[in-house]
Design a binder for this molecule. Structure first.
Ligand code: GCU
Length: 686
């Protein structure tokens, strides 16, 4: 029975009879919903489902507030706050998606108001209440006022129409199968429920690499079915986007060029966009990967990325649509002899000179690091570099380079490091959070997007513990002030219940996991060393001698990439001061990023006093021990967790242990043989 696995954090487990049951039940069983909209109805349905399941009783429902109502939900336009003695100006503090949870007395009894600034706000308020109950918090005297910090809170599916998912580790697509769009809208609805419960409000449903079949998603043949998916998401406050092929006018057989400055091409896209909006009136817009890894783009016509994105933006503008234009543009056919070409520099070099040239409904989407979602990278210098161009940050929830949802890697601490990073773009305090929430430069559009980690596996994410990354992503981008500990704790309670050993063990497993993964793979910021193409497991030279341009430059004397201004690729110079100076300096550069910025001898001493080579040996041995310890912690939970989820995670932890040992042995052996320097502790190195 995999019911719990499927339900993720929306378990709504029956609450045991007793004091807590009575307290919660006295508030939850008499619901009034005022107003009417599809989103409000989703809120009500969620509440009914949750209440029925948690109290084993169906709630009473009215469509007006009466003296017996114990919860009233609606928008502030429909609920007159002053009637309840609440100062209505409280709503002025909220943005469109914000809400208020307020306990009031209606003369006869205490009653909880769930009031949204819009119906979306009411849906989010409902989930806030359900989260409080699932995490065992009191709900009898609430005043909670919340708004999301980020405007666009997006997911990117990398789903292909043949049903495969690029970098998908959880089965096949829930959107497509056999080159058709799914008719299983129930599963889409359940996905929408999960996403809205953590505040996601936008989704692109197909892979950024738009192949032949997917190019047809914007044709009248497939748009009605895309519209069905969009309808389902709309009920949960989520806007649908499509990834498009820049060469569509050619690929769909209408024109011989896709030149963005060609009048026929412009008209083609304008007509196309009109057609899309006839099917999906609130369509979000396009996600575009152009001139990247062999995908078509404006470069073919000697145009730049502003020309390309503006052309699409003009077509979308009358409908309030936006263009999410990806900055993952680099030369993937690098010659190793050319030491000035540096993939890390590429996005900045391409886009920075174009600042100010983009229309205001274009948003540039930037990966959090300059390379490609490695276990540790510096923050992309693009973030904050473009004062006059909307930006959205891109994370990857799918663990492409972090163990592919076999190995445990809780990503929230890593994302928090990104968000907390001070870019100094406008002096001290110019954090990534302040850039992507739009406040630092007053962007019209901004936010955060992430590559999803779900598929049609019964538990959505392959490894059940990887559900925490989807949950945590939504929670963190709603409120970047939440700590990783808080998010982990919430997730465990809602997902597995309140047993204290369960809570303690899983929380600590999650919080330690990224560092553990880093220990047995590629510490000190170098990254890669993975098997080419699929990217799982060690292969120290896997990419080193290929043309994809990702190198560690290890030789018999040393390792690391010289990205300094004086002798290296100059990448460090793309940062604002003082970051520029810190990264550029061998003395000041933080150890965890040392090899990203500097090429050093194996005997170079780290701040810890260890040499680089000894640090590599130590972390690799330690990483394996830490995975063994994860297994011990999980095994302790055997009789506290349902069998399906217990075995699912245990199986994956065993795969992780095998993987960790392989990493340890290959990496240690490689560097021992390259350097000829023995392990000080004389452990087994092959
Ligand atoms: C990575 C990933 C690709 C993906 C690309 C992108 O390189 O391996 O599968 O297409 O990123 O973000 O566009």
């Amino acid at each position: 029975n995999a019911k719990e696995a499927y339900q993720c954090w929306l378990q709504y487990k029956k609450i045991e009879d007793g004091r807590q049951y009575d307290e919660y039940a006295s508030i939850c069983l008499n619901l009034a919903v005022v107003g009417d909209s599809v989103i409000l109805n989703s809120a009500l349905q969620e509440l009914i489902q949750a209440v029925t399941s948690m109290f084993d009783k169906e709630p009473l429902i009215t469509n007006y507030a009466d003296p017996d109502s114990s919860i009233i939900l609606g928008t502030y336009q429909d609920i007159n706050l002053t009637d309840y003695g609440v100062d209505a100006s409280i709503m002025d503090r909220l943005n469109e998606e914000g809400y208020l949870l307020q306990t009031v007395n209606n003369g006869k009894r205490d009653c909880l108001l769930l009031v949204g600034k819009s119906d979306k706000g009411t849906l989010y308020a409902t989930h806030h209440l359900l989260r409080l109950i699932q995490t065992g918090e009191a709900i009898n005297d609430l005043t909670i006022v919340e708004s999301p910090r980020n405007q666009i809170r997006m997911l990117n599916q990398w789903d292909n129409m043949d049903g495969s998912v690029e970098r998908g580790y959880s089965g096949n697509s829930i959107f497509f199968d056999n080159n058709q769009i799914t008719t299983d809208l129930e599963r889409i609805k359940d996905y929408a429920r999960l996403l809205s419960s953590v505040g996601i409000n936008a989704i692109s449903i197909n892979n950024v690499n738009v192949w032949q079949v997917e190019t047809n998603l914007i044709t009248s043949k497939l748009l009605p079915e895309v519209a069905n998916i969009a309808d389902t998401f709309r009920r949960y406050g989520i806007k649908t986007f499509l990834s498009i092929n820049f060469a569509s006018p050619i690929e769909l057989g209408d024109l011989t060029t896709a030149d963005p400055l060609d009048q026929d091409v412009k008209k083609w896209w304008k007509d196309k966009v009109k057609e899309i909006y006839a099917h999906i009136p609130d369509f979000g817009g396009f996600v575009v990967k152009a001139d990247s890894e062999h995908r078509p783009g404006p470069f073919s016509y000697d145009r730049d990325h502003a020309d390309g994105s503006n052309m699409l933006a003009e077509a979308l503008q009358p409908f309030d649509g936006i263009v999410v234009w990806r900055c993952f543009v680099y030369n993937c056919m690098q010659d190793w002899r050319d030491r000035s070409t540096d993939r890390a520099r590429a996005a900045y070099d391409h886009f920075k000179p174009l600042d100010g040239k983009f229309h205001d409904n274009v948003i540039l989407q930037v990966k959090n690091g300059p390379m490609d979602f490695q276990v540790r990278e510096p923050i992309s210098p693009m973030i904050g570099a473009m004062e006059n161009t909307n930006q959205i940050l891109e994370f990857q929830i799918a663990q492409e380079y972090l163990g592919q949802q076999k190995d445990l890697a809780f990503l929230i601490p890593m994302w928090k490091e990104v968000l907390d990073f001070d870019t100094y773009a406008k002096g001290e305090g110019s954090t990534v959070t302040a850039i992507v929430d739009g406040s630092l430069y007053d962007y019209k559009f901004s936010g955060i997007a992430a590559v999803s980690n779900i598929g049609n596996d019964i538990n959505w994410t392959g490894n059940t513990l990887a559900q925490a990354n989807l949950y945590g992503y939504g929670r963190l981008i709603w409120n970047p002030n939440l700590t990783a500990e808080e998010i982990a704790g919430e997730w465990v309670l809602a997902t597995f219940g309140s047993d204290s050993t369960v809570l303690e063990n899983i929380t600590s497993m999650l919080l330690d996991s990224r560092e553990i993964y880093e220990n047995y793979t590629t510490p000190l910021g170098i990254g890669w060393m993975v098997n080419p193409n699929h990217h799982y497991g060690p292969n120290v030279d896997g990419y080193e001698y290929s043309r994809w341009g990702t190198y560690h430059f290890a030789d018999r004397n040393g390792i690391g990439v010289d990205r300094t201004i004086e002798t290296g690729t100059g990448y460090a110079g793309q940062y604002f001061s003082p970051n520029k100076k810190v990264y550029n300096s061998l003395e000041e550069c933080p150890d965890e990023l040392l090899l990203f910025f500097h090429h050093v001898p194996y005997t170079h001493k780290l701040k810890s006093g260890e040499t680089v080579i000894q640090h590599y040996y130590n972390t690799h041995f330690k990483g394996v021990e830490q995975v063994e310890n994860l297994i011990v912690k999980w095994t302790m939970l055997e009789d506290k967790i349902d069998e399906f989820r217990f075995n699912n995670v245990l199986d994956r932890l065993k795969m992780q242990l095998a993987n960790a040992k392989e990493w340890r042995d290959q990496v240690n052996t490689y560097f021992y043989r390259k350097s000829g320097i023995a392990d000080e502790k004389n452990r087994t190195i092959y």
